[in-house]
Each structure stands twice: as C-alpha cells, then as structure tokens.
Design a protein around this ligand. Structure first.
Ligand code: HEC
Ligand code: HEC
Length: 334
C-alpha cells in the first residue's frame, strides 16, 4: 500500500484533497464577493430584522425566481384583478373569445393561443420566457419599437403579434388586471434588477437548416401534441404552431434564432434540452416555412436600423417553397 518514499497513499490522498478544498473555497469566496458587489442595494437587511411579506428575492447573491402563490392573493378589488389577470394570461383565447360580442369579433380580438402557450405556467415557469419580474424591468428601451416601452405596451405588443389580435385600450380593465397579475408575480424583485431567466430562448448561431429533415422530426416528436397540420390540440396542451390559429410573422417566434432556441430549451415537453442545434434549426425552418398571417406593418419595426435578417416573412416562406432561399443570408453567415 506504500509508495516509494514510504508515505501511506491514503495520507497523500487526504493532503491532496485538503489542498483542493482550500483552493476551491478561496475561489468560491472570490466569486461570492464579486456577486455581492453586483447585488442590488435593496437586498440589505431590513432595519430591526422585521419579517417582510415579500419572498426573499436573493439567494447566494442572485435574484431568485420565486413567484408568490396565487393562494396568497389579497382579498378585495386588487385580489380580484390579480386573479382575473391570471385567467386572462392562462386562458387568453378562451376568456376573450367567450366574452366578445360575436364569434367574429372574438376571432379578430385574439388567435387560438394563450400567453401560457409560450410563457408556460402563466409566465411562472422559469425556463419558458418567464414573466416573473417584468413589472420591475419595464419601462425599458426596445430596439424593435425604437422607443421606451411600458409594460402595458409590451403586453399589447404580444397581443398584436404573438396573439395575432388587437391591442387593449389604455383604460381597459383587462389590461389593468394583467398588469396587476404580472406585478403580483414580480413581488419582491427590485426595480431594474438583472434577471438571469430573461431572454434565454435564443440560439445565437443557428446552423443552416434542412427543412425536410425538420418535417420528418416533426412527424416523430411533435405531431402528437401539435397535430399534423400544425393547428394544435389546445392552447395549453399543444398550441397552434402555424396557420390562422397561431402567431403572425411579426412575432418574436417568427425569427429563426428565437424559434430554434425556444424549441431546444422547451420541447418536446418532458425531454427539454434533448435536441441538437441542427435538429432545433431543422424544426424551426420547417415550422416557419408553413403559412401564417402576415404582420400588417413590419416596415415600422426597427426604425433605428439593425433589422434582423432571420424574420421568416411571406417572402422568405415563398423562397423556401420555390427553393431559392439563401439560408446563409437569412442566418447572417455572409
Ligand atoms: C407565440 C409565443 C408568445 C405568446 C403566445 C405570447 N408571447 Fe409574450 N413573448 C414572446 C417572446 C418570444 C418574447 C420575447 C422573450 C425573449 O426574447 O426571450 C415575449 C415577451 C413578452 C414580454 C416581455 C418579457 C421581458 O422579459 O421583457 C411580456 C411582458 C409578454 N411577452 C407578455 C405576453 C402576454 C401578456 C401574452 C398573452 C396576451 C403573451 N406575451 C403571449 C412570445 C409569446
Ligand atoms: C407532450 C406534448 C408536446 C410535445 C410532444 C411537443 N410540444 Fe410543443 N408545446 C406543448 C405545450 C403544452 C406548449 C405550451 C407551452 C408549455 O407548456 O411549455 C407547447 C409550446 C410550443 C411552442 C410555442 C407555442 C406556439 O404556438 O408556437 C412551440 C414552437 C412548440 N411547442 C414546438 C414544438 C416542437 C417543435 C415539438 C417537437 C420537437 C414539440 N413542440 C413537442 C406540448 C408539446
């Protein structure tokens, strides 16, 4: 059991492990120090050590994703608004269409999706474009709009693009209810905080896709929930991926980078993060080359330049169909 110099191997091993632990803990302290330096001031201890009702936003120097339970919504008008906002977020199409004056009005108001179709768990799922904290980060500058956008504007942005519908009026109680709900789930998050879970569903370098391979994979892995014609099986069980029930081509998901990133990180449900970059790109290209409604005023987006090249609008969908699409150009590889 001894080596040449006569020291027992277990002793050498423990000295080595001890040394490793010391080095690691010094490194850990350094990282913790850096994180503390970045942490917002609001996290300092409450004077007198009183308990606050807000959930502790900070764990290990980072803002934790920890939305409060809907069971704890306050009594009274604010609580009612929060719960109405939750319903509108989780069952958007069903609620708005069922309350519209006529079925035709309902269809104009909103497509077949709910906010949950993309912001899973009514925006409380950390990995699926979570909306926890949005009331603390808006208003903010959005390059697509070329201006400062409020939370109300941002909700309406998803209404006219992802929900292929109509904006809420500024004084609509439903818009206020959605803001009340999003504010509730953002409880305890300091204004302007950096939130690790924002803008994750994006693939920076999308490989040149193979649309036919994407179709094959779709038929194997996606069809059970999203249907052969992409019309889906329900807004919260398998939402519409293309066609008139789905988002229009002004939506974020109509971009190759966002669609490929979203698919890879969230689909198929139960096997998230199992698809390669290539597979996610193939699926994104297949889905985004199918027909969908056009966003009416794309020329008003990115007024200050930098318009992305990966938006799969009608022109590009047609190019896929007639075989003239230049994926290198679309994906910014030239
Ligand atoms: C088809 C998918 C889709 C649907 C449906 C959808 N959204 Fe979004 N939404 C997105 C994407 C994509 C983003 C951009 C997030 C990103 O870049 O990671 C976004 C961003 C947002 C943001 C800003 C989030 C942030 O961190 O800045 C808000 C707020 C929002 N959506 C609200 C809603 C609401 C409310 C609804 C329902 C009325 C809705 N969305 C429906 C796809 C969708
Ligand atoms: C077991 C059912 C299931 C399977 C399988 C599945 N999905 Fe989904 N998909 C969902 C559900 C449910 C949502 C709504 C969001 C959520 O709950 O995460 C969703 C949302 C989506 C969305 C965003 C919403 C929309 O309307 O655009 C896309 C894109 C998507 N899925 C693509 C895929 C692709 C591609 C596959 C195959 C690789 C796939 N899904 C497999 C259930 C499924």
């Amino acid at each position: 059991m001894n080596n040449k110099k006569g020291l027992p191997i277990p002793l050498i091993a423990s000295i080595f492990v001890l040394g490793l632990i010391m080095v690691l803990s010094m490194f850990g302290m350094q990282v913790a120090k850096e994180k503390r330096a970045e942490a917002p001031k609001e996290t300092e201890e409450v004077a007198g050590g009183e308990e606050t009702t807000a959930p502790a936003p900070v764990a290990g120097g980072k803002i934790a994703h920890n939305p409060p339970s809907l069971d704890d919504v306050p009594e009274g008008p604010l609580g009612e608004a929060i719960l109405r906002g939750y319903e509108l977020t989780n069952n958007t199409s069903e609620v708005l269409r069922s309350e519209a004056a006529t079925p035709e009005d309902g269809e104009k108001l909103v497509n077949e999706l709910s906010c949950t179709s993309c912001h899973a768990g009514a925006g409380m799922d950390e990995h699926s474009s979570s909306m926890v904290g949005v009331s603390a980060v808006y208003p903010m500058y959005i390059p697509r709009s070329g201006k400062i956008v409020t939370l109300e504007d941002r909700i309406n942005g998803c209404m006219i693009r992802s929900m292929n519908g109509q904006k809420f009026e500024a004084n609509d109680p439903d818009l206020k209810a959605m803001v009340a709900y999003l504010t509730y789930i953002s409880e305890g998050i300091p204004v302007g905080a950096e939130l690790d879970w924002r803008h994750l569903n994006n693939m920076d370098d999308v490989p040149v896709p193979d649309v036919d391979a994407g179709e094959q994979l779709y038929n194997q892995s996606c069809i059970a929930c999203h249907a052969g014609d992409g019309s889906g099986t329900g807004s919260n069980t398998g939402p519409a991926l293309w066609g008139s029930g789905s988002f229009n081509d002004g939506a974020g998901l109509a971009r190759m980078g966002k669609m490929a990133g979203y698919i890879q990180r969230n689909m198929p449900i139960g096997q998230e993060n199992s698809l390669s970059d290539q597979e996610a790109a193939d699926l994104a290209a297949f889905i985004l080359s199918q027909d969908r409604d056009s966003y009416p005023t794309p020329e008003k987006d990115w007024p200050n330049g930098d318009r992305p090249s990966d938006i799969m609008d009608k022109e590009k969908r047609d190019q896929v169909k007639n075989g003239t699409i230049d994926w290198n150009e679309v994906l910014g590889k030239n």
